[in-house]
Design a protein around this ligand. Structure first.
Ligand code: AMP
Ligand code: ZN
Length: 290
């Protein structure tokens, strides 16, 4: 797929689902990987081509593991090449040690990392004035998440399987996924052609632990790729179907505010505070120098 076709696909998703509106301040969650950097450049091109009055900021969470400095450097380079300002949040500086938390709570590091990132990706950009947060989740990710949730009879998530997830809760940032219909390969081809540096997904200190999970998950990616090669267009039809299905599962959760951090939660104390409470040095500052 050439650059024009690729961008056309992303732009159609943005327009069809009204992902971007005038005066938006969009924080792009950058992991250093191919998907999120493809998103950064595609969104920047959208802004330029449509001559839109929106603000784009890169947002990276440095998880403080071995290799994280290298990833942070790559993310810096990506933003420099895109001419986009970057805000980095460093877990270690805020007294959040993922490995320590995982050890104490006897939970896999990857699950602690995922939870902490999801929490911060909502809280920090919102406190810095963002109107939306966007992630590099691609169509393949959505299909695999979907099948895993269906198999796990975890239907509550299905309501969120859409390019745009918004609620009436002012403390929950609207999430947008412009790459909802793009495949992993398409994102990779786009960034390779632009010669933008990016990190391989396996470049994570906890990869060993993750690799078992990866193997299982990768099987699903392969299955969908095979189905697509035998039935061209199947992925897109499934994704469209999932969006329609998500309407049936959409519900406005009645959330309260966490007693400790005042972030939205469905219990008295939010999952982040439960997880990090005893390990954190102190209540972390809302944001370092920016
Ligand atoms: P993953 O769950 O690692 O596949 O990441 C999904 C999306 O979350 C990526 O495409 C990024 O948009 C975002 N993301 C993951 N890790 C980070 C990070 N360390 N900092 C900021 N955003 C991230
Ligand atoms: Zn809390």
């Amino acid at each position: 797929m050439d650059e024009g076709e690729y961008l056309g696909k992303i732009f159609r998703t943005i327009e069809k689902y009204k992902l971007v509106e005038k005066n938006d301040k969009i924080f792009v969650a950058l992991s250093g990987g191919k998907d999120s950097v493809a998103l950064l450049f595609a969104l920047k091109k959208f802004k330029e081509e449509k001559n839109l009055d929106i603000d784009i900021t890169g947002f990276h969470i440095n998880i403080g593991a071995i290799g994280s400095e290298k990833i942070a450097e790559i993310v810096e380079k990506q933003c420099e090449l895109a001419g986009i300002k970057l805000i980095t949040f460093e877990l270690k500086k805020e007294g959040i040690d993922l490995y320590e938390i995982a050890k104490r709570r006897k939970r896999p590091v990857c699950s602690v990392c995922g939870l902490v990132k999801r929490y911060l990706m909502n809280k920090i950009p919102r406190e810095l004035g963002a109107t939306k947060i966007t992630t590099g989740h691609n169509g393949d990710d959505m299909l695999v998440f979907f099948i895993k949730n269906v198999l796990g009879t975890n239907f509550s998530w299905i309501g969120k399987f859409r390019p745009k997830v918004e609620t009436n809760n002012p403390k929950l940032l609207t999430k947008i996924r412009p790459l909802f219909f793009a495949t992993r390969e398409e994102n990779e081809e786009f960034v390779k052609n632009l010669r933008i540096p990016y990190v391989q997904e396996s470049f994570c200190i906890y990869f060993k632990e993750k690799s078992r999970l990866y193997e299982k998950t990768n099987k699903w990616y392969d299955i969908f790729d095979k189905l697509e090669s035998e039935n061209p267009g199947l992925k897109e039809r499934l994704l469209n179907s999932i969006i329609k299905m998500s309407e049936y599962f959409k519900s406005e959760e009645q959330l309260r505010l966490c007693k400790i951090c005042e972030e939205p939660t469905n219990s008295e104390i939010c999952a982040f505070c439960k997880l990090t409470g005893k390990v954190r040095n102190s209540d972390f500052k809302h944001f370092p120098e920016s």
